[in-house]
Design a protein around this ligand. Sequence first.
Ligand SMILES: [Fe+2]
Ligand SMILES: [Fe+2]
Length: 195
Amino acid sequence: MMMGEKIPTRQEALELLHQYNESDSLRKHAYAVEGVMRYIARKRGEDEEKWGIVGLIHDLDYEKFPDQHCTKTGEILREKGWPEEYIRAAISHGWGICSDVMPQTDLEKFLYATDELTGLVVTTALIRPSKSVLDVQVKSVKNKWKDKRFAAGVDRSVIEKGAAMLQIGLDELVEDTIRGMQEVAELIGLKGNPA
Ligand SMILES: [Fe+2]
Ligand SMILES: [Fe+2]
């Protein structure tokens, strides 16, 4: 922590998210990534609050400043006095795409590895008859891995790069991402229709 930095609360992060993201789908993406980051932090004995908050705000600038994605988030959070650790982590999710900040900490690597993966899990849930993330299994996600037309916007190579950085298997990463999203199924609109 540097002087003048103040640890943000989840409530502050949530208010910022709502202020900058009016789109329902962007908000749901933020909640999904938050859920995953919380799940993984808890599992690994890390700071769940911190990991969750970074997940929540990682795409803060995307709706209003798509051409300055990552950069604007840094400006907004610095102006609010957010700790540099949180800001760096948020920006590093766009490594090689909209930022040159390479993920270094476990928090950063997991954010990088799971951000795109949440999109793949959403699409996998939506093709289930139940439209529920509660029914998604690792193998259903893995089955669609090489199908380039399925969730075409999801860059699998980013997820693979993230898993390699973390030195964890893709199955474990997919499993943890599904579990984290299941915890927030209602919030992300993927609780589905009960059979
Ligand atoms: Fe992003
Ligand atoms: Fe994202």
